[in-house]
Design a protein. Structure first.
Length: 278
């Protein structure tokens, strides 16, 4: 049975998600449709790229991932189908695939060229679904597109390192449901520049000199529970995807707040790591 995943910024209110699912079921009798998220912030390509990078490999090889973010066709926003790591991705060539392709080379990329047969202002429904179903039936990418060699990058997605290698300048690329702030600094990159040196992490006026392994490490379990006041404390750690994250322990926007709300951190804000001489 083919698996087709859906990731969009359509939300749950409108008819768009239902229409896409209905169109897939109309073309394929034996298919499993999985919703990854329909709550991507509108037109937020970095947010979608982060989610796709961290979810796709939980699915079986051969899965087809349909991504509907900023997908209106124009001369600067073509549509592509990508085979990578034995998975298929269908999306606009707007940078969504650049995070995955930076770590794993694509096996094949085609620019979809079936639009001359279709007039639409809803390409996810009328173009992406047809491509996904074609692949699910065993069709090849060459039938629905022309081969290309490169994809469009997302600007400023890679952290900057100064010439002296004493500073990393990163940025916020994702804010999760808890208000935790995820940067574009990965553990492997951080450790390669750090070389064991002490450091200070700065985000606005907040500074951190320790990176934890898990959220609860900030708790002093030797202290009686009724004397602890750990909820609401700020910390930094590498999250489950190995990205540097600024968090609030047991954050809740309705009560103790979150890293995003309390520290005023938003998408694309700067996070700096300064390495200190021994």
């Amino acid at each position: 049975m083919a698996i087709i995943t859906l990731t969009t910024d359509f939300g749950e209110k409108d008819h768009f998600v239902g229409a896409v699912k209905g169109a897939i079921y109309s073309e394929l009798e034996n298919v499993k449709i999985v919703d990854i998220s329909h709550s991507i912030s509108p037109f937020n390509v970095p947010e979608a790229a982060y989610i796709i990078q961290n979810v796709y490999n939980s699915f079986p090889k051969g899965s087809i991932h349909l991504i509907g973010i900023d997908s209106e066709l124009n001369q600067e926003n073509k549509h592509i189908a990508v085979k990578l790591d034995d998975h298929y991705f269908i999306c606009a060539n707007n940078g969504i695939m650049s995070m995955i392709c930076a770590e794993i080379a694509a096996e094949k990329i085609v620019e979809i060229n079936i639009h001359d047969k279709i007039e639409t202002n809803f390409p996810v429904l009328d173009v992406f679904v047809k491509v996904a179903c074609h692949i699910a039936r065993g069709g090849t990418l060459e039938v629905i597109g022309k081969k290309i060699d490169t994809i469009k990058p997302i600007k400023n997605m890679s952290p900057f390192v100064n010439d002296e290698q004493t500073q990393i300048i990163g940025s916020v690329i994702y804010i999760d449901n808890y208000g935790n702030v995820v940067t574009n600094i990965k553990r492997k990159f951080f450790e390669a520049i750090q070389k064991g040196r002490p450091y200070e992490i700065s985000a606005r006026s907040y500074k951190f000199k320790e990176i934890y392994n898990k959220y609860s490490e900030i708790v002093n379990f030797d202290m009686p529970e009724d004397k602890r006041h750990d909820e609401g404390k700020g910390l930094v750690l590498f999250n489950s995807s190995d990205y540097l994250e600024i968090a609030i322990y047991k954050s809740d926007n309705a009560t103790v707040g979150s890293a995003s709300t309390l520290m005023g951190l938003q998408m694309r804000d700067t996070v700096t790591v300064n390495f200190i001489k021994d």
